[in-house]
Design a protein around this ligand. Structure first.
Ligand code: X15
Length: 259
């Protein structure tokens, strides 16, 4: 018997999703399609009769903006939105800004899949010679985190994402859920994958096969210990959802041309 409902959402398409570049901690905005995906997500949730008491986002604009558009489309702009770097996308280190299809040509599709989807492989760290280093670390949003700026990640495996996300999940989000609040987490492909791995107990090997599309709400029905009582549900048209997942998987193919 489900006691709680939890919703996870990867933000709508961002500008660098279109360019097929690793975006990660670079603060790209939603594309026109991404804005519409977020609104459509809100309309769908409203039509299905859902509502939220609390929304959690990362510090990155694309997840915040997605949450705002979802709430606006639901007519629930008043719902509190709480932000933390701990829900940020995985830090892709020195890979940030690189084009996945070009990387697949240079390093092979298998290596790109390891970088993108493996559990415990950490990409090379970003350093001051990287074109986006100062844009990220000089940004004021990282001045008031719960760790000093110097201790923020310079690159992360999915495991390291889970390590920094878990304290926030356990200490901030779980208590809200256990109070009976219906929570939406508007985050990113890999921060949502890390949380799914934890909640669903997905193995290190099987998480490689989990890819999340943009703008599709994921409903988790949980028991009193926050364990799933049935498989996750990706809400919406199932053919479109499968096509959207394939689109994300195909980003790592060498032959793929940018839009
Ligand atoms: O910024 C990113 O994800 P996001 O679009 O969910 O924020 C990453 O670049 C996702 O890349 P990946 O799908 O190769 O893991």
């Amino acid at each position: 018997m489900a006691k709680y409902k939890l919703f996870l959402l990867r933000h709508g398409e961002g500008a660098w999703n279109i360019e097929n570049r690793f975006c990660s901690w670079v603060d790209q905005k939603l594309s026109e399609d991404g804005l519409e995906e977020a609104r459509e997500c809100g309309r769908l949730l409203k039509a299905q009769g859902y509502h939220f008491d609390q929304v959690f986002t990362s510090l990155l604009s694309r997840s915040v903006h997605t949450a705002w558009l979802v709430l606006e489309a639901m007519g629930h702009e008043w719902v509190p939105v709480v932000k933390s770097w701990r829900l940020n996308e995985r830090h892709y280190g020195a890979l940030i800004g690189l084009n996945r299809a070009e990387m697949a040509l240079n390093h092979g599709e298998a290596q790109v899949k390891v970088w993108r989807r493996s559990y415990d492989v950490t990409p090379p760290p970003i350093d001051e010679s990287h074109p986006y280093f100062f844009e990220i670390y000089n940004d004021r949003r990282y001045s008031s985190c719960d760790v000093p700026k110097e201790d923020l990640p310079r690159s992360e495996s999915l495991k390291e994402v889970l390590d920094r996300l878990l304290p926030y999940w356990e200490n901030v989000i779980v208590p809200e859920i256990k109070k009976g609040q219906t929570v939406l987490i508007s985050a990113h492909g890999n921060s949502c994958r890390a949380l799914l791995k934890h909640i669903e107990g997905i193995s290190d090997a099987d998480i490689v096969g989990v890819t999340l599309p943009t703008g599709i709400p994921i409903l988790l029905e949980l028991d009193e210990d926050l364990r799933p009582v049935r498989p996750r549900q990706l809400l919406g048209d199932q053919d479109k959802i499968q096509a959207a997942i394939k689109k994300v998987e195909d980003q790592g193919k060498a032959k793929q041309k940018d839009k």
